[in-house]
Design a protein around this ligand. Structure first.
Ligand SMILES: Cc1ncc(C[n+]2csc(CCOP(=O)(O)OP(=O)(O)O)c2C)c(N)n1
Length: 549
C-alpha cells in the first residue's frame, strides 16, 4: 500500500503490467492521467490527432509485437471516434485496451448533460469488445487494469475497454498496486488430441488451414514442424499470412473471397486441420470442406468451433499448445503423405497464373513492392485495389508481418495502423498501401508521424475515386456513376506541408527506386502512384462460386 492519486494508480498499474506505450489524445477528463504520465519515463506517450488513430495505432502495435496495445481517449466524442478502430481490432482478434475517461462518478446515470456524456457508455462498447467495465473507486483502479490485462492475454485476444470517471483520478488515497500475472493458456483435451493425431497420421492428403488465430498463438515454429512431419501443405487466410513463410515449399498461399489455392487443393484433401480460422466462406464456394472430409478445428474461442462448418474434432484451446500436443502425440516421425512436391509446385503455379490473369497490373505493382522489402518488413494492406490483391499475391515471409482489417474491411485504417506498427518495431521496415479515398481518413496523422519521426512509407494509389464503389457502379449498375469520383489534394505537397517527404510518381514503373529511397528516410514518406480504375477480387466471381437465385 502507498499513498497515490487515482491517476498515478492508473499509470503505475500500466507500467507494472508491462505496458510501454500509450497512444492518446488529451481532454479534460484524462488530464490527470496525462499529468501522471509526466512522471513515468518508461511509459511513452504517442500523441495522435484523432481518436480513431489512437486505437488503430494500438492495434498495429499489438498485432505486430504480440503485446497488448493501449489507447487513451476522452469519453463521449473521443470514445465514439475510436469505435471503428475498436471494431477493426475486434474483427482482427487484436488485444487492444481502450481507456476511456468518464464523466464525474456522481453524474453517472443521471443524464444531466455532463461534458462529453453518453447515456451509458459501456453499452456502446459491449459489442465492440470482449469485456468492458469501469470503477468509481480510485483504490479499485489497479484491479480494473489487472482484469483488463487478464482478458487481453487469455483465450481469444480481442479489445477491452475500461472507464475511469475523472473525479476519482485526483483522489489521494492508500492504493495497493498489483503485480503482472502470467495466465496459463488452455490445453486441448487429451482425447481430442489423440483422435486428431490419429486422423492426421493416417491421412493420405492432409491439409493445414491457418487463420489469424495462428498469429496470436505465435505458433509458427510448431506449424513448420507439423507441416513437415505430416508432409501437409499449408494455406492461410489473409489474417494468417506469414504463419508459415510463403516461400516455403509446403506453403500454397492465401485464400481470399473464394480466390487463391482453395479450389485447387481443398477438394483433394482428406483430412483438414484448421487453426484459428472461422472458415466463413464469402462468397459461398463449392470447394469449402465437405462432410466426407475429416475436419479438425483448433480455436482459442470455444464459440468459433464448428460455428460455420460442422467439424469432426473440435479443440477449444491455445493454438500453440494444441500443436505441441499434436506433435508429441505424433511422435515426431515423418509421415509419408501422398502429396508430392511436384504436385504442390503445380498447384502453386496454377494459382499464380489464375491471379496473374485476373490482375496483371496489381500483381506487377505488388511484386515490385515485395522486391524492395526485407523479409521481416511489415506490410499493412489497405482497403484498396492493390491491398486486396496483395492478400493473394504478396508473399508474407515472417509471422506478424502482414496486417489486414479482416472482415471489418475498414477504409482508412492502414496509415495509422502502420504508424502503431512502427512504434512497436522501430528496426523493421513498415509500409502501408492506401487508396486516395482511404488515406483521407487519417491524413492528419502525418503530423504524428513527423513529430515521432516514424519512417512509415505509405504508397497511395490515386485513381481519383472511391474505386471499389466506382467499379461496382460500372459493372453492376450499368455505368450510372454517382458519388464515387473524388477531388484530391496534391498529396506530395500535402505531405511536405506537414514536414514529411512527398513523392509524386508519373507511373507505377518508377515505384521500385522511389520505395528503395523512401525506406532509408528519417521520417514518413508518402509516395503517390497514379493508377487506372481496376476491379477488386470480390467483384470477380471465383472458381466454384455458388450462385443463389
Ligand atoms: C469505413 C468504411 N466506409 C466505407 C467503406 C466502403 N468502401 C469500401 S472500398 C471503398 C472505396 C475505397 O476507395 P479508395 O480508398 O480510393 O481505394 P480504391 O478502391 O480506389 O482502391 C469504399 C467507400 C468501407 N469499407 N469502410
Amino acid at each position: 500500500m502507498a499513498k497515490m492519486t487515482g491517476a498515478q494508480a492508473l499509470t503505475r498499474s500500466l507500467v507494472r503490467e508491462g505496458v510501454e506505450v500509450v497512444f492518446a489524445l488529451p481532454g479534460v477528463q484524462i488530464m490527470e492521467a496525462f499529468n501522471a504520465l509526466y512522471d513515468e519515463p518508461s511509459l511513452r506517450l504517442v500523441l495522435v490527432r484523432h481518436e480513431q488513430s489512437a486505437a488503430y495505432m494500438a492495434d498495429g502495435y499489438a498485432r505486430t509485437t504480440g503485446k497488448p496495445g493501449v489507447a487513451m481517449v476522452v469519453p463521449g466524442p473521443g470514445a465514439l471516434n475510436a469505435t471503428a478502430a475498436l471494431g477493426t481490432a475486434f474483427a482482427s482478434s487484436s488485444p487492444v485496451m481502450l481507456i476511456s475517461g468518464q464523466i464525474e462518478s456522481y453524474n453517472l446515470g443521471v443524464n444531466r448533460g455532463a461534458l462529453h456524456e453518453i447515456g451509458e457508455q459501456l453499452d456502446v462498447f459491449k459489442h465492440l469488445t470482449k469485456w468492458c467495465d469501469r470503477t468509481t473507486e480510485s483504490s479499485e483502479i489497479p484491479t480494473l487494469v489487472h482484469r483488463a490485462m487478464e482478458q487481453l492475454t487469455t483465450g481469444r485476444p480481442r479489445p477491452v475497454e475500461i472507464e475511469v470517471p475523472w473525479d476519482i483520478l485526483p483522489n489521494q488515497t492508500e492504493i495497493e498496486l498489483l503485480e503482472q500475472e502470467v495466465h496459463p493458456k488452455r490445453r486441448p483435451e487429451p482425447a481430442d488430441v489423440k483422435s486428431a493425431a490419429n486422423a492426421l497420421a493416417h491421412a493420405k492428403r492432409p491439409l493445414i488451414w491457418a487463420g489469424g488465430g495462428s498469429r496470436e498463438a505465435d505458433l509458427s515454429p510448431e506449424l513448420l514442424e507439423l507441416s513437415q512431419v505430416l508432409n501437409a501443405p499449408v494455406i492461410t487466410t489473409p489474417e494468417g499470412k506469414g504463419a508459415l513463410p510463403e516461400d516455403n515449399p509446403l506453403s500454397l498461399g492465401t485464400i481470399y473471397n473464394g480466390h487463391g489455392p482453395g479450389h485447387n487443393v481443398v477438394p483433394q484433401s482428406d483430412v483438414i486441420l484448421v487453426i484459428g480460422s472461422r472458415m466463413h466462406m464469402v462468397p459461398p464456394v463449392d470447394w469449402s470442406p465437405q462432410p466426407h472430409q475429416t475436419l479438425i478445428q483448433i480455436d482459442a474461442d470455444p464459440e468459433e468451433v464448428g460455428r460455420n462448418i460442422p467439424v469432426t474434432t473440435g479443440m477449444a484451446a491455445d493454438g500453440r499448445l494444441a500443436l505441441q500436443d499434436l506433435l508429441a502425440e505424433l511422435g515426431g516421425k515423418t509421415r509419408a503423405s501422398q502429396w508430392t512436391l511436384e504436385e504442390l509446385d503445380s498447384i502453386r503455379a496454377t494459382t499464380k497464373e489464375e491471379i496473374q490473369a485476373m490482375a496483371p497490373l496489381q500483381v506487377e505493382i505488388i511484386n515490385s513492392i515485395r522486391q524492395e522489402l526485407d523479409d521481416d518488413a511489415i506490410m499493412v494492406s489497405g482497403t484498396t485495389e492493390v491491398g486486396y490483391w496483395s492478400h493473394l499475391a504478396f508473399p508474407a515471409l515472417t509471422p506478424r508481418s502482414y496486417l489486414t482489417s479482416s472482415y471489418f474491411a475498414t477504409l482508412g485504417y492502414a496509415f495509422p495502423t502502420a504508424l502503431g506498427a512502427k512504434v512497436g518495431n522501430p528496426d523493421r521496415q513498415v509500409v502501408a498501401t492506401s487508396g486516395d479515398g482511404g488515406f483521407g481518413y487519417a491524413s492528419s496523422e502525418l503530423a504524428t508521424a513527423v513529430q515521432e519521426r516514424l519512417n512509415v512509407v505509405t504508397i497511395l494509389f490515386n485513381n481519383e475515386s472511391f474505386g471499389a464503389s466506382y467499379a461496382d457502379q460500372e459493372n453492376r449498375f450499368g455505368g450510372r456513376v454517382i458519388g464515387t469520383r473524388i477531388h484530391n489534394p496534391d498529396y506530395a505537397k500535402l505531405a511536405e506541408s506537414y514536414g514529411a517527404e512527398g513523392i509524386k510518381l508519373s507511373g507505377h514503373q518508377d515505384l521500385r527506386p522511389a520505395l528503395r529511397d523512401a525506406l532509408k528516410a528519417d521520417g514518413p514518406v508518402l509516395i503517390e502512384v497514379p493508377i487506372p480504375n481496376l476491379v477488386p477480387p470480390f467483384q470477380i466471381p471465383p472458381p466454384g462460386m455458388i450462385r443463389h437465385t
